[in-house]
Design a protein around this ligand. Sequence first.
Ligand SMILES: [Zn+2]
Length: 371
Amino acid sequence: MVFDAHLDLAMNAMEWNRDLTQPIDQIREREATLTDKPDRGRGTVCFPEMRRGSIGLCVATQIARYVKPGNPRPGWHSPAQAWAHTQAQLAWYRAMEDAGELVRIADAKSLRDQLERLQQPATRTGTSQGPPGLRPKTDSGPAIGYVLSLEGADSLATLHHLELAYAQGLRAVGPAHYGPGTYAQGTDATGGIGARGRELLAEMERLGIILDVTHLCDESFWEAVDVFYGPMWASHSNCRALVPHHRQLSDEQLKFLIGRGAVIGTALDAWMLVPGWIRAQSTPASTGLRLDHVINHIDHVCQLAGNANHAGIGSDLDGGFGREQTPGDLETIADLAQLERLLAARGYREEDVRQILHGNFLRFLTKAWSD
Ligand SMILES: [Zn+2]
């Protein structure tokens, strides 16, 4: 079984207009003439492929950026619009629960139940009954468990919104994404978390929401971990020692996270795997990028830790890119299963391979949700 700690499933459904219940060939075919997104016709993620790769659990995001005047990035012009967009994404997750495609994982019991379901012989077993018309017509495998997370917190206009979101099932928050934010500064930005950030983190800690440190710029990272004592992970972050860019985590940051019991999910975005990748120019073939490069980042985390207890997968495979920007020997997300063989080839013991593929994130969640 593979636990994928970072997918933007609802973003793909609601912005890329992808019906993730369909086979990958059909999704690609319907996009063959579209040019509005860079990865059209080359997506790698859909539910059938996730099941084929035994990805029985994932962390799935709500993501909607709010941009203040003067911020050139694309995004909503008010937090209220961004919030409404996250609610549309939530409505899609609920629809997928009703269809038996997904099952929400938000506490220790739902996690245990999902692990039990995954052990059973293949039947579609969404917990929600849903309206009859929405139930699946065919048995195509077990519902995929998803932990709801928020990538970039600016859609939370007030702390009350965080409480509302928690009630809706939100269990992890990355305070910032790309650029400047209300609660923290993200990738390509600089600066600290300020009073708003400290308030958000205190409320997250009170509610038991996991802090996702991925995308925090260095200054915001160190300020956040200084004031937050709840569980923290890096859902999709690679190693700066291998790919020098501030989007990646430095050894100092990795060692700190390891000390805090964090798990670091390695991402499969090409530019984060090999140094010198030039967007829209480099290709998997021109750089020789293979799944083996993913193992380099996992191995770096394990070497820093001195064990295999802190590395995991946070593939980000549907994060706005497709096969043009992934390892050349990856056809779809189902190929995450190949990491098992590649880790073994690198000398990892069976037990350690299991920890990396799913065990570390499962242990993390079990502990985070134990009280
Ligand atoms: Zn991201």
